[in-house]
Ligand binder design. Sequence first.
Ligand code: HT7
Ligand code: ZN
Length: 872
Amino acid sequence: DGHVHLADYVPPAWRIRHADLAFDLDPDATEVHARLSLDPDPDQPGQPLVLDGEELTLLSIAVDGRPLAADRYTYDGATLRIDGLAGACELETRVRIHPAGNTRLEGLYPSGRLLLTQCEAEGFRRITFFTDRPDVMPRWRITLRAARERFPVLLANGNPVARRELDDGRHESTWENPHPTPCYLFALAAGDLDRVTHSVRTAEGREVELNVWAEPGDVARCEYALGAIERSLRWDERRFGRGYDLDVFNVVAAQDFTMGAMENKGLNIFNARYILADEATATDADFLAIESVVAHEYLHNWSGNRVTLRDWFQLSLKEGLTVFRDSEFSADLHSRAIKRIEAVRVLRGRQFAEDSGALAHPVRPDRYREISNFYTLTIYEKGAEVIRLLHTLLGEDVFRAGMDRYFADNDGRAATIEDFLAAHAAASGRDLAQFALWYSQAGTPELSIAEDFDAATGDYTLTVEQHVPPTPGQPLKQPMLVPLRFALYDVAGAAITAAPETDAAINPAGFHGVATNGAIVELVAARHVLRWRGLPGKPLATFNQGFAAPVKIAFAQSPADLARSVRVERDEVYRWDGLQRLAMRAILQHDALAADALEAALDDLLADPAADPAFVAECLALPDFDTLADAMAPVEPDALLDARDALLDRLSRALSAPLLARYDAMADAAAQGLEGPAMAARALRNACLAWLTRHDPAARLAQRQFDAARTMTERGAALRCLLHFGAPGAAAALADFRAQFAHDPLVTDKWIGWVVTRPQASASDDVAALLASEWWKPANPNRVRAVLGNFQRGNPRAFHRADGAGFRLVAARLAALDATNPQVAARLLGGFEGWRRLHPPLRAVARDTLAGLEGQLRSPDCRDLLARLLVD
Ligand code: HT7
Ligand code: ZN
């Protein structure tokens, strides 16, 4: 059926002990000479050698120095097969490839004047014949040769070992990577690159040269990324005891890149948007994203590279773990609460939608047709949540012991999620069998909590029921192990510390009950009862502080109690979440009491000098479309967005005085600088500005901020307000901004993003105009995301137009995009994942749009997605 199945795993019949590659680089015809030292698996003798190879022109082939006769091998365009090899041998192939014709940005491809590679997941087969799977891990020697003038810098994995001049103006550079490394981590970069550099001595005493490379005009904007590498290196030493293991760490910025960045061993290649930054061209959010992606790729050196994957089903073993690690890095360096709130926003808005849509899958899928379609929010973000759950269950010290054990036991190996859990089970002495369901069951667990208070006896009970909804291919689910944080407060707001009764009569066997700190109950069954006896009054219960468990909670509570819990509870994530819930009730249930309570709470927050301005800004950001849609069935986009707008209008009008006061009072604090307080001040000022502009038809405040801005954070937010509220000065401001940054593709992506997210149905006309303009560059993934990705994900009003114009705008581009870059096309197609939850008329339009794509999309990526989207 075209699927690869987890259950079918068989170790490779041949191992590659060493790979020696030599490249003669040329955009039009690159020759790759590979010498592979091969060993047969003694447990699988007599197997043919089968190597992957795609779009390769085979020039020569030899075994142990002797050319191989044509009848000794076959190549069908996908695999090279050699029968009758007796034992360990050396295979030598020479192939020709055509980088200039590579629009898929997989394998070796041009970006501007550079030549670069992207091999994860299965791109290395487009470079040379190889066993393109992660459990084949040779050591590497890589030689690059190219014209010196055109390609003065030649970089590859590992340490540089030799350089020399050749004839005809060419030169050669040789690299050695002594660590066993799968081919998906192979990389080279060649071209006219400049760098910023900094040397550090690691805790183990190794001198390491850190370099960030970019096209010459861009290096001035690489300093921040360079600093972020050093911070990541230090943090991994401190928090996980992990050191760096080569003499150089190179990072290259590329304008054309399908994803965010790639953790190739010793040579990370980045989308330029996650490297280039200064205060004039990058926002505060950009700086934080750069630091976090730099950390993510750096941290992969242990979680992914030193310990790699047995097969692609284990993808979350490196991605979920590395997202957990990078989020801890950011939390340790900046505000833990803000980092968590932002992660929860993404999780609840986007991952929960994935989990309840047509493309839902477990953190470890058990089959796939196209692995590129599994670089998802579930693998990354939910995968990180599962690691966080383990951390919550075990505590920092035991978790660290488990991680040490995992790294020690699996260093240099291709591991599985079982290996990971075994290390933690051994370190903690806990049975993690039920916990493992988090990896195999898709869907977001739902907890329904009911309370009962008997005023006569003072007995208080909480009944907690768990339900995991059906998902494609998984109709029935078992209860998961959920560590549920909770607290009870008395009428005076003091915490009730007594542990509940959880006796055997009312709880299932194996129930762990309440952890010793009294704050966590480990749910293991579909139903639990917690009982407190003899309380003097009805307590106030709060749940899931820190959003410790990635679950949905339904707890019937009055708006007044919810608002009181936000005042009583100290956990900032809970407090933010409580306000979000009031907003959801106001929007989705038109609950006027919830709206009143929200207004009062925000009024208090705006007046509270002790509140972190960044936190207040988070509270002013009402739940987004995805989060609201997840709680509505069926989804009526216009009704939902009208109700959201109505609440925003009401709140911003009622709170205009404190909003303006806060905006003005923070002007000084928001002046230049990347320190936390300055960023926080800008975040809150910009949040206030967006609310205030709703009732400022001339948008005077936004215009003033635009004219006086010293940073992109201020200028960009002001321009966005001018555009989104149709201010009289919007067109002139846009023209001015566009001209100022015409030469900069990343800043051009920004204004395009603000134009296409104007929250009116007519924004689709602006998108159509952009698609017909000189700014539409379909070969550049960042630009495709700027125009179509932002429109689809960031403009729910126009994308969901009742006449289908929004859907068609995206769909009409898919066939052409699919022919050039299937992964970019597949991302956009995946943006239709929620179509079945739309209300009937719009659902019919979506179905027709998707059905119309059948037969038009040729790549395995898009065909797989389309089939999953349309299956009944
Ligand atoms: N590990 C990297 C994944 C990635 C990728 C996957 C498919 C196609 C292109 C790609 N570029 C990068 C990124 C990361 O998670 O660190
Ligand atoms: Zn990653």
